[in-house]
Design a protein around this ligand. Sequence first.
Ligand SMILES: [Zn+2]
Length: 118
Amino acid sequence: MRLKRDGRRMADTKSGRDKQARDAERRQIQRDISEARERGDELEPTPDPPTECHRRGCSEPVAFSVTERYQEETGAGAVEATAFLCVDHTAVESPMNLDDAYEGYVFHVEPVAAGDGN
Ligand SMILES: [Zn+2]
């Protein structure tokens, strides 16, 4: 719910209403900040890299992480999707969201160190 000050109502019970409006504005600002912070956290996933290929039914060891960053169509902002894949599945991977590409669009393949526990 978004509270807006209505200029036409200025006449009645002024001071109490002004204070309420100020408090509401302050709460709204604090809520905006915390929401922005939550969204920021979502952009930093820190999953343990899996050891098996992400593709269903494939149990080959992970060789690459494939990351695509694109603009979500709802306008909610940039989305980053990462899949950990074996060599074969990385080779057939390709950009999926070119329709949602923007200036910060990224399609990125990065080798993953062999899972020797180190
Ligand atoms: Zn695979």
